[in-house]
Design a protein around this ligand. Structure first.
Ligand code: 3PG
Length: 204
């Protein structure tokens, strides 16, 4: 199944900042067991690469992505570790071009029409709308989507997305999934609540 369709079946992608491998495996096991089969493992810590490698091995069905990919070196580390997709907070043409060259699914961060168009020029079909809330939230995202709707571009809003506003994003048809750190190292109850919300929006 193509990545975007997989994310559309999961709907909420926890953004994880992990200190070590054990923490990462534990968190990903808990996510899988409680109904959220995806995660963005951020390259903000040294543990990211080993977590992606080990989680991909132990939970092959999980859609494990790499986050905060700011340069080509980290892009390769993520790809070689087995990440199924990667995202970045901004649009860096050098990184996106390398991802395209490798055949690595990449969703660059965008929050303006100019950035959307530059990303589309590279063939990106999934864009991370970041920082979602600070950029104007759902009103901004709806305006951003309008001129590109006919192209089938999908978005993954992240940045300020939380339980109190997550559904307003998930209601937008062009939102494949949302991301957020509120699920980083959170209790099992929080995962279950998020999975229940996600289930309402999964396309049948
Ligand atoms: C990200 O990398 O996507 C953001 O740090 C997530 O933003 P949040 O912390 O507001 O969820």
């Amino acid at each position: 199944m193509p990545l975007i369709e997989k994310l559309e079946q999961i709907k909420i992608v926890p953004v994880l900042v992990l200190n070590n491998l054990d923490e990462g495996i534990e968190m990903c096991r808990s996510l899988c067991e409680n109904g959220l089969g995806a995660a963005e493992i951020t390259f903000r810590t040294q543990a990211a690469e080993s977590v992606i490698r080990e989680v991909s091995r132990q939970f092959p069905e999980m859609v494990v992505g790499a986050g905060t990919i700011l340069n080509v070196a980290d892009l390769h580390r993520a790809f070689d570790a087995g990440a199924k997709f990667a995202v970045s907070p901004g649009f860096n043409p050098k990184v996106v071009a390398e991802a395209v060259k490798c055949g690595f699914e990449f969703a660059p961060g965008v929050c303006t029409p100019s950035e959307c168009e530059q990303a589309m020029e590279f063939g990106c079909k999934l864009l991370k709308f970041f920082p979602a809330e600070a950029s104007g939230g759902t009103a901004m995202l709806k305006s951003l989507i309008a001129p590109y709707r006919h192209l089938g571009i999908k978005f993954m809003p992240t940045g300020g997305v939380k339980p109190n506003n997550v559904e307003s994003y998930l209601e937008i048809p062009e939102v494949a999934a949302v991301g957020g750190t509120w699920l980083n190292k959170c209790p099992v109850e929080t995962i279950k609540e998020a999975a229940a919300i996600a289930a309402k929006y999964i396309r049948k």
